[in-house]
Design a protein around this ligand. Structure first.
Ligand SMILES: [Zn+2]
Length: 164
């Protein structure tokens, strides 16, 4: 899956949209958020200052050369000039979407951990706790046994039972 984000001008010049390749989008409209947004796309608050204050601000506070307001206005100018820009790798603007595990695999891992964990301080016990939490959060019913989960369990036992 592509993980790029694109900067789009907001409605009537108000704010900006950030659109992820996967279709999610976010509307940024607070002045205070503009410097951070611009930095996400490659702006740097002190790029027009002299070297001695480089990095002295996050773009909302003043630096030795410019006030916070001046930085924020520079950020807005920069954003306006860069609408349409896309960066190919989202540096964390959007939450990564965790791929969800197949329910039968979760059941198989649970059954493996329950049957083979070797004491309270073992890897198997930690796995057991983790898989229980995962099942609760994702609504996986661990009481159910399916053909697929039983088959997966056999494979897991062969490979991992001694390690737990
Ligand atoms: Zn500066």
């Amino acid at each position: 899956m592509k993980n790029g984000i694109t900067l789009i001008a907001g409605d009537r010049g108000m704010g900006y949209f950030v659109v992820h390749d996967d279709g999610r989008y976010c509307y940024v409209q607070s002045d205070w958020a503009f410097p951070g947004l611009a930095m996400t796309f490659g702006w740097s608050p002190c790029s027009r200052c002299q070297k001695d204050c480089r990095g002295a601000t996050n773009g909302t506070r003043g630096c030795p050369r410019r006030t916070g307001d001046a930085h924020m206005n520079n950020a807005i100018d920069w954003l306006d000039a860069h609408c349409g820009d896309r960066i190919t790798s989202d540096p964390g603007f959007f939450e990564p979407i965790a791929p969800s595990l197949n329910h039968d695999l979760v059941r198989a891992i649970y059954a493996l951990a329950v049957s083979y964990y070797s004491g309270q301080w073992s890897r198997g016990y930690r796995l057991l706790c983790r898989v229980k939490r995962y099942a609760e959060r994702h609504g996986v019913n661990l009481e159910v046994k399916t053909r697929a989960s039983q088959q997966l369990l056999k494979r897991l036992v062969k490979r991992y039972a001694q390690l737990l």
